[in-house]
Design a protein around this ligand. Sequence first.
Ligand SMILES: [Zn+2]
Ligand SMILES: [Zn+2]
Length: 318
Amino acid sequence: MRAMRLHAPGRALSAEDLPPPQPGPGQLLVKVSACGVCRTDLHLACGELPQCRTPITPGHEIVGTVVGTGARVGIPWLGWTCGECAFCRAGRENLCERARFTGCHLDGGYAEYVVADERCCLPIPERYSDTEAAPLLCAGLIGFRSYQFIRDQEKIGIYGFGAAAHIISQIARAEGRTVFAFTRKNDLKGQQFALSCGAHWAGDSTEPPPEPLDAAILFAPAGELVPVALKATRKGGTVVCGGIHMSDIPSFPYEILWGERTLRSVANLTRSDGEAFMALAARVALRIETRTYPLGDANQALEDLRRGGLEGAAVLVP
Ligand SMILES: [Zn+2]
Ligand SMILES: [Zn+2]
């Protein structure tokens, strides 16, 4: 089978011919029909995620069909958990001490075939095509986990308007929330895109919102946005950092955290997040914007994501 492999951080992915993987006990062999390109893939290709093993086949937004049964499944970032550690036993398997992640510890979906733990595979709502469904597996899911921490809030700011934001703003809008979208300075195209995805207001992340936020989610991996978001958020509000990696957060005056504001991160996902999100995605007709690339163009897709300006999500099709 063809696969795009990362041999060392900082190197381009190389196209290789490999024998298809053999499923072990409890694993499914899945023929990949689409795999999303996530910002996390960019971080691991750049060496910003030291937990990643090499060589590795990246990709953790996988949609495919199970060889043998033909069932359509989704394979997310959470690839295996121990079920025994204190976090697993407390229902917080996203923090499992021995968790293995798809496309990070386990070979992922930048390939024609992948094996996956059956217990971690998710159902895909019928209304979405394979390429539309791929970004649901991480952009949608991690966005949803971030959103769940502030779901009861009315005015929600979203910093960084990429694949995750374009899905979550549609969900927030459908649930009657008011969304304020913040993009890179002067990214008028991005701001237009945000408005088309249900945001009520869109502007530069350097400017304050027209009214104080009740809560904010940061999808941009830029630490300097943390104090910016805290300043934009009212007393008692919450700022959620949704990314796996962020540049250093500059020091800031205690005053902008004081007033019982909460600053928190979101790490990984649980299987119950996956089930809840897929049920929601089946109910709400999400418009999923994708740009598809042939599998062999994975490096180009990563480069386009790095440069910015992608509307929605990049998806590889083998
Ligand atoms: Zn565990
Ligand atoms: Zn991801």
